[in-house]
Design a protein around this ligand. Structure first.
Ligand code: PLP
Length: 455
């Protein structure tokens, strides 16, 4: 850390409580302050360059210097910098974006509702589901199914649906009725001798049994990321989604697809729902929707959800939910331009093509003594780090090995993210093949360095 008393780093330590950071350790190590961005690279305050292999927080799909987004924001700022969507009011960009999202959805959707973050979209989905059950005269139909290692955000309801210990520990969450099931992670959860398909069948049976135990009439919805992101980039096993959806359909349980990471090309299709053939009733969208140049998120709902909400809001006189900045005109304009660029530049197909190189490159590290599993698809991947391949275990303190490799990567100029002992990679959709090679070579070197350090 810079020792200059009045440096930005010193002032950051003095005044800033960071998100997802060990506050005590931060006072010793200080921040990495990023000053500017260019394509897939960012530069810190001292001019050091990093390949941003996480797209910030899985989100800057178009890289860090897309001028068209700046121009779209400027044009909209100059024309109408703010308007809201309450009490029958609105503006052109939000109407255009609603139409675009509903028409590009991979399954029939009816309406878009606008929020500012993934967590708000998920909270909104939960509130809509409860509102709907009440509207249908089924007030007991309120329970929600999630999977272990799910990440759905951090507001009170979203954090309750998230199933990672750090999001629950010490927060005294007001937990709604949540049923948590096994994460679809074959490497960790598969039983000896079990095939992927048998594993998927077992998880569908677990779901069926959990619904039976809870009482089918009390279960409203399942929230799920098509591919779990922050829980460790967990690609579900073959036939998983087909079997899970069959169980949900049997009991008339809604499916909410949390596309906050998968949406807009990440898995090689425009939406994760297309990659895994999901037929959700609601889709939560954020992050790459605006390439994160400005906060934006949306919730798409189909007729099954919209119909009862329409009737009930008619009776009550309003749908009493909304955010001051939801559907913000500048965020809407930037989102429309982002989607236009993704479509015009063929970035979804590109994610598949360049992503195949990323997957092959990372899989070439599978024989490394510190690599337990390489997983992912298209431009999202993770390496599960181990010190004992047979036992699938890492160092005694969970997260220690992940932190070591991550620190070595950062020193070498690559930003990844350690999720306990799995390293995540989710580079901008615009990454080139040469930059993928640079990334893979950097990961190999960081693994070698860490292996030496461990002696
Ligand atoms: N859902 C998923 C799948 C996410 O990955 C995230 C954030 O990483 C969220 C929801 C929460 O989004 P936000 O951080 O914008 O509230």
């Amino acid at each position: 850390m810079s020792t200059t008393p009045n440096s930005p780093e010193a002032r950051d330590v003095a005044y800033h409580l960071h998100a997802y950071t060990n506050a005590k350790k931060h006072e010793e190590v200080g921040p990495l302050l990023i000053d500017r961005g260019e394509g897939v690279y960012v530069y810190d305050n001292h001019g050091k360059r990093y390949l941003e292999a996480m797209s910030g927080l899985w989100s800057v799909g178009l890289g860090f210097s897309e001028k068209r987004l700046v121009e779209a924001a400027t044009r909209q700022m100059e024309r109408l910098p703010y308007y809201h969507t309450f009490t029958h009011k609105g503006h052109n960009p939000v109407a255009d974006l609603a139409e675009k999202l509903v028409t590009m959805a991979p399954v029939p959707m009816s309406k878009a509702f606008f929020t500012n973050s993934g967590s708000e979209a998920i909270d909104t989905a939960l509130k809509m589901i409860w509102y709907r059950s009440n509207a249908l005269g089924k007030p007991e139909k309120k329970k929600i199914i999630v999977r272990n290692r799910a990440y759905h955000g951090v507001t009170i309801a979203a954090a309750a649906l998230t199933s990672l210990p750090a999001n629950h520990n010490s927060f005294d969450l007001i937990v709604p009725d949540v049923i948590r099931l096994t994460a679809p992670h074959f490497y960790r959860e598969g039983k000896p001798g079990e095939t992927e398909e048998q594993f998927a069948t077992r998880l569908a049976e677990e779901l069926d049994a959990a619904i039976q135990a809870a009482g089918p009439d009390t279960v409203a919805a399942m929230f799920a990321e098509p591919l779990q992101g922050a829980g460790g980039v967990i690609v579900p096993p073959a036939t998983y989604w087909e079997k899970i959806q069959a169980v949900l359909a049997k009991y008339d349980i809604l499916l909410v697809a949390d596309e906050v990471i998968c949406g807009f090309g990440r898995t090689g299709s425009m939406f994760g729902c297309e990659t895994f053939n999901l037929k959700p009733d609601m889709m939560a969208l954020s992050k790459q929707i605006s390439s994160s140049y400005i906060p934006a998120s949306a919730l798409l709902i189909n007729k099954r959800v919209y119909g009862p909400i329409r009737e009930r809001s008619g009776e009550i006189g309003t749908f009493g939910h909304g955010f001051t900045a939801g559907g913000h005109p500048v965020a809407s304009a930037v989102s429309l331009e982002t989607i236009r660029i993704i479509e015009e530049d063929g970035l979804v197909e590109r994610a598949g093509e360049v992503g195949a190189k990323l997957q092959a490159g990372l899989r070439s590290l599978a024989d490394h003594p510190l690599v337990g599993e390489v997983r992912g698809m298209a431009l999202i991947a993770a390496i599960e780090l181990v010190t004992d391949k047979e036992a699938k275990t890492a160092l005694p303190t969970p997260g220690q090995l992940g932190a070591m490799v991550n620190a070595n990567l950062q020193e070498a100029g690559i930003i990844s993210r350690a999720m306990v002992d799995a390293l995540a990679f989710c580079p901008p959709l615009i990454i080139t093949e040469a930059q993928v090679e640079e990334l893979v070579a950097g990961v190999r070197a960081a693994l070698d360095k860490t292996y030496k350090e461990l002696g």
